[in-house]
Design a binder for this molecule. Structure first.
Ligand SMILES: N[C@@H](CCC(=O)N[C@@H](CS)C(=O)NCC(=O)O)C(=O)O
Length: 414
């Protein structure tokens, strides 16, 4: 679920299906003919249109999946992958900061538009962060888990996964993007990549809350390269925390363990999610219905768009699921791979610790919680809770994050 396309459909779907949906003339969804259907509330006509569009869609999917050179689909699927492990055809740029990725320096979308949502944990504190996201994208869920746990106020801009209107101001093509207002000469600082964002914010907490984010960002250079038509971003330091005054308050082994498991989340755990959420056609539909609910699609889309996303997205993802399974070497019964990954994590935490971080979650706990929360409404998650001890760890984690417990026991300087 590395979150797909229209709202993974925004996450799961978002992750995989964006290009595909764009290719499939999604504009038709918004055509006046469909709006008319919607307005007239003529059920028969509506169903007929849906059916026709669905058939065309299914045929197109079939053709696209079969065509070896359906590059858009391929690129979209690959966006879920482990970028670091992919061979790069061409290395364009050796080292830049995230900020320099946006060479045009256009103002972020939220400078002139209202956010989709405002998260206020503490009304007294200022709000200078805006998260550009797909609500069920696991990487976005991970960043939200961090912000919520530490009780940080932020605004959310839900990105339209088809048109991506809200992220046109940046050359970075993925979400999450976190923008801090009022920093540097441009009046904002753009942060990309979920793990880099979290390391950067945590480094700031460890030092001085007012530490210069610009300076900290320079410790996280990005390597941009091309793999075919796809742009690949690597952040070699993204799992490292920057102790600005050199006073490391934790054991090295502890820090290494945290880093390794954070990397495991991005490079292993996340890959078992999509094939599980779309394991069968009915589970795929169920997952997409859940994305629709979580993403409030009812509010943001016409009924036609919403149902098209749900049914078309479910079909596409179900078709792609098998491919992802092979790509990541998952077991034929992908549930077994999910249970295996989760049990690996639970063993990593061990019987004597509540969380990997001890009594309080560390960044690895937050990463696992964040990505797993992306599939909370899916059958895969229900099966997981019935067949493993996952909830013994997950339930207190959820409580800690939703209760912003990080506010009380971490970051003495804040
Ligand atoms: N390594 C990145 C991965 C982010 C990612 O792959 N995001 C997906 C959504 S889940 C995305 O934006 N894909 C491009 C697209 O859907 O257009 C991170 O951790 O932030």
């Amino acid at each position: 679920m590395a979150a797909p396309g229209l709202a993974c459909v925004r996450s799961l779907y978002l992750t995989h299906c964006n290009s595909l949906l764009r290719t499939f003339t999604f504009r038709h969804v918004h055509s006046s003919a469909f709006r008319d259907v919607n307005k007239s509330k003529n059920l028969n006509k509506y169903l007929l249109s849906n059916l026709t569009f669905g058939s065309v869609g299914i045929f197109s999917i079939y053709v696209a999946v079969k065509l070896k050179h359906a590059r858009t689909v391929h690129a979209s699927v690959e966006s879920l992958g482990n970028e670091q492990n992919k061979p790069c055809a061409k290395l364009d740029v050796s080292s830049k900061t995230s900020k320099s990725l946006s060479s045009a320096k256009a103002n972020p979308w939220h400078f002139d538009n209202l956010p989709s949502k405002q998260i206020r944990h503490d009304k007294e504190k200022p709000v200078n962060l805006t998260l550009y996201q797909y609500v069920t994208c696991p990487f976005c869920c991970k960043v939200r888990a961090y912000l919520d746990y530490y009780g940080i106020n932020y605004n959310i801009v839900e990105v339209d996964s088809i048109k991506r209107t809200q992220t046109k101001w940046t050359s970075y093509s993925k979400v999450p993007i976190l923008v801090c207002d009022g920093v540097g000469p441009d009046g904002f600082l753009e942060m990309n990549d979920s793990s880099m964002i979290i390391s950067l914010l945590q480094s700031q907490r460890l030092g001085n809350a007012d530490a210069d984010l610009n300076k900290l960002l320079s410790f996280y250079p990005v390597i941009v390269s091309k793999s075919g038509r796809k742009t690949v971003y690597e952040y070699p330091n993204k799992y490292f925390l920057m102790y600005q005054d050199g006073a490391v308050d934790r054991e090295m082994a502890e820090l290494r363990e945290e880093r390794e498991w954070r990397s495991w989340v991005d490079n292993n755990l996340v890959h078992v999610l999509s094939p599980n959420a779309y394991r069968t056609l009915s589970e795929s539909f169920e997952s997409f219905h859940w994305f629709s609910e979580a993403g409030d699609w009812e509010k943001s889309m016409t009924s036609f768009s919403r149902y098209t996303c749900i049914y078309l997205g479910a079909l596409v993802m179900w078709a792609i699921g098998g491919r992802l399974k092979r790509r990541y070497g998952l077991e034929d019964d992908v549930r077994q791979s999910l249970y295996k990954s989760v049990n690996e994590w639970l063993e990593g935490v061990g019987p004597s610790r509540k969380f990997m971080g001890g009594d309080n979650p560390n960044l690895a706990d937050l990463a696992v919680y964040g990505v797993m929360s992306a599939i909370e409404g899916c059958q895969a998650f229900k099966d997981l809770s019935d067949n493993t001890n996952f909830m013994e760890w997950y339930t207190p984690m959820k409580k800690a994050v939703q209760g912003s417990e990080g506010l009380s026991h971490v970051a003495p300087s804040r």
